[in-house]
Design a protein around this ligand. Structure first.
Ligand SMILES: [Zn+2]
Ligand SMILES: [Zn+2]
Length: 359
């Protein structure tokens, strides 16, 4: 099972964004590693939970698909929700959300959130709808899709400078991206870090920006992607392709690509989990005397032995003739409901014979 982010933050599933933010602040405040009773592991966990629940879009995806794909992690590029947004890899805190965790001191002394290198924006996550057939979902399929997205600029290779021109270390901050100044406050002199204005925190200056991307490092392009839909996927489930979303600005990490799978129904077949259900009509005679009949399954026709004296509505199970379990071993079953056709429009002779049988 995936982590229960609601439980981690101690809020109900239906909690409003404001409530989630409050709960996060309270918990982050309590477990902050700088505190005497701080707990770094807990703090990271809380932060990870807030990365998802604090963002309505990610929260929606988590609510909808969250735990389902946990076990797909590490399998051929499919990721679980655990590494969503990379939050688990380290501290990645939005200072605005932490707000007055340090008693609002930031506001009094005019601290900026920054200092150090400006964090360039991670690429956007993309969501794409992929339509497949019932049988493609059962056996999996490789598909090629076209997608419009921001990709790393070819001309400058994402390093923002016009080819052949110089990139220099910022002379003002000496490449650190931040400047330190001493500010007088009521508590005495304090050293304050601020983003370097000369280079905007990048630590580098360019004599000429790339003529194609104008110093963004990425451009819009139509790209073709080969995707692998795993056997056993079900309608409405989502596959996450780490790093296949849009490229980030200025060398920032790429976003993720979410493929929402839509599976077309197949007449006569009903899918329930990894089982497939179908129904078959047999005659009164077959039901009474028993018979061997062909049942269509996703694995082709399978012989079913109908027992003598079978009642209408009996369900027979064809073991392992269902759907491959997603990212696991074994298959579901095929369940076939046997319906007995009551004879209608009998001719005179048939009626006579039935009467004679009297059963
Ligand atoms: Zn460029
Ligand atoms: Zn600088």
């Amino acid at each position: 099972m995936g982590k229960d982010y609601y439980n981690i933050l101690g809020v109900q599933k239906g909690a409003g964004q404001e409530e989630i933010k409050k709960a996060f602040r309270k918990k982050a405040h309590k477990y902050h590693p700088d505190k005497a009773n701080g707990d770094e592991a807990k703090f990271k966990e809380i932060n990870e939970a807030y990365q998802i629940l604090g963002d309505p879009k990610k929260r929606g995806q988590y609510d909808q698909f969250g735990p389902a794909f946990e076990n797909m992690q590490g399998a051929g590029g499919f990721g679980g929700f655990r590494d969503f947004s990379g939050a688990a890899n380290g501290f990645n805190i939005n200072m605005d959300d932490l707000g007055d965790i340090f008693g609002g001191i930031g506001d009094i002394f005019g601290f900026s959130n920054g200092g150090g290198h400006r964090r360039s924006a991670r690429g956007r996550d993309l969501q794409l709808l992929v339509n497949i057939s019932f049988m493609e979902a059962v056996f999996g399929i490789d598909k090629e899709i076209m997608i419009n997205k921001q990709v790393v600029c070819d001309r400058c290779n994402g390093n923002l400078a016009e080819p052949g021109t110089k990139i220099e270390t910022c002379k003002i901050c000496k490449g650190t991206g931040s400047t330190t100044r001493v500010q007088q406050t009521i508590l005495g002199n304090m050293r304050v870090n601020a983003t370097c204005e000369a280079c905007g925190g990048e630590g580098k200056t360019y004599s000429k920006l790339c003529a194609t991307c104008f110093g963004k490092g990425t451009v819009m392009d139509k790209v073709s992607l080969k995707i692998k839909i795993p056997a056993g996927i079900n309608n409405g489930e989502t596959i996450r392709l780490t790093g296949r979303g849009e490229a980030g600005d200025k060398g920032a990490p790429a976003g993720d690509l979410y493929l929402k799978v839509q599976v077309a129904p197949k007449p006569g077949f009903e899918r329930v989990g990894f089982d497939v259900k179908s129904a078959v009509d047999i005659s009164f005679t077959q039901a009474a005397l028993g018979d061997k009949i062909d049942i269509e399954t996703v694995h082709g026709a399978v012989k079913l032995k109908v027992l003598a004296g079978t009642e209408s509505g009996t369900v027979y199970k064809l073991r392992n003739k269902g759907i491959q379990r997603l990212q696991a071993s074994g298959k579901g079953d095929h369940l076939v409901t046997v319906n007995i056709k009551t004879p209608r429009n009998l001719n005179r002779k048939q009626k006579e014979l039935l009467k004679e049988l009297n059963i």
